[in-house]
Design a binder for this molecule. Structure first.
Ligand SMILES: C[S@@+](CC[C@H](N)C(=O)[O-])C[C@H]1O[C@@H](n2cnc3c(N)ncnc32)[C@H](O)[C@@H]1O
Length: 348
């Protein structure tokens, strides 16, 4: 069900279409950097409007809506930031998620191109994934996205006895660092494009366990993956690529695992027979249409089939505590077994 309720009447349809209003209000507040301007003070609208150089009428209506959504708090005719606005949305707070908020803000324009993207079956205009400035900004955004969820996920994955882990498409290394923090004897390597690895180095330098992180620059669609690892972590990568590209990648991962090694895949898997749910995973396929040439979201069943074809076995979905996951039922575990004759994909 979209938005929590199926559309069964024209009124439901109208309400579903009108659901763009609150997102637009929130994005306009971000465009104005309203939450930073409010900071830790309480403001009357005319004073805040002068400070932001916007109309009092516009700001009054905007703030009233932000307060009714719980982002601002209104008392008498004054406004202050609520907890989320004071921390994550306020550029002067150490918890600010600026890079991730910039990514979210940009998506309004990108989603406005959806009709053209549906006609073409491809993005209308998207950033070059190898462009260094874009890759750096995206990597910081990914770090801010995963900062809280990574330790929660990693806390539930048992790596006892594992010596080496490779984080493929690990970007800023947020997950690899969470694995290192939890497993004091582990050595981890993050494999990604060079500008993403620069960001990973900057983040790793903040932590003593960051010294156990190594860096492997590689475009894994073009080259084999060097080295052998006990565990490979592949998080939020499968949805970027087509089924055949993923199968080729899985073949390279099988070759980079020690015998009996373990592959852990985290992604927005679909779980029902018709491939519609969870809703977030289905919606995320649209993001992939807008931003990638061939990406999509896939059922856990199909991904398991691709894994078997390149020699993985004992595939199972790992259950994490509800509400602690990156994606609902979003982790598949597979063991590297001897490949069936003639089916192993050779690294290109
Ligand atoms: C959506 S981010 C996920 C980051 C991280 N794994 C996480 O779950 O937060 C995908 C990452 O895969 C990397 N990536 C995608 N295709 C790649 C390729 N062909 N070679 C190397 N890295 C790639 C991107 O640069 C990016 O850092």
């Amino acid at each position: 069900m979209m938005g929590g309720a199926a559309i069964r009447s024209f009124d439901d349809f109208r309400d579903a279409v009108s659901a763009y209003r609150l997102p637009r209000i929130l994005l306009t507040a971000l465009d104005l950097d309203l939450f930073t301007a409010i900071g830790s003070r309480t403001w009357a609208v005319p004073t805040l409007a002068r400070r932001l150089r916007v109309s009092s009428r516009g700001l009054d209506i905007l703030c009233r809506n932000l307060a009714s959504a719980g982002v601002l708090v209104k008392s008498a005719d004054r406004y202050r930031n609520g907890t989320v606005a004071r921390t994550f949305l306020n550029a002067k707070n150490p918890a600010h998620r600026g890079a991730y908020l910039d990514l979210l803000r940009g998506q309004w324009e990108d989603w406005s191109q959806l009709t053209r993207s549906v006609k073409r079956g491809r993005p209308v205009d998207h950033d070059d994934p190898d462009e260094p400035a874009y890759r750096r900004a995206f990597s910081w955004a990914m770090h801010q996205r995963s900062l809280q969820v990574a330790p929660r996920v990693v806390a539930q994955l048992d790596l006892s006895g594992v010596r080496t882990l490779l984080d493929v498409g690990g970007g800023p290394g947020t997950y690899a660092l969470a694995f290192l923090a939890k497993n004091p004897k582990l050595q981890a390597t993050v494999c990604d494009r060079p500008p993403a690895l620069e960001v990973a180095r900057e983040i790793a330098a903040r932590y003593s366990y960051g010294r156990r992180l190594s860096y492997l620059p590689c475009d894994f669609t073009k080259y084999p993956i060097r080295g052998r690892f006990d565990v490979i972590w592949l998080s939020n990568v499968v949805h970027i690529y087509s089924p055949s590209e993923n199968q080729r990648l899985f073949g390279k991962l099988a070759a980079a695992l020690t015998p009996g090694g373990r592959l852990l895949i985290q992604d927005a898997f679909l779980h029902d027979r018709n491939g519609l749910y969870p809703e977030k995973a289905t919606l995320f396929a649209v993001t992939m249409l807008l931003f990638t040439e061939r990406g999509n979201t896939y059922s856990a069943k199909d991904v398991s089939l691709w894994l078997r074809k390149v020699g993985f076995g004992r595939i199972r979905s790992l259950k994490l505590r509800e509400g602690t996951e990156d994606w609902e039922e979003g982790i598949l575990e597979a063991l590297s077994l001897a490949p069936p004759a003639g089916t192993r994909t050779r690294p290109s």
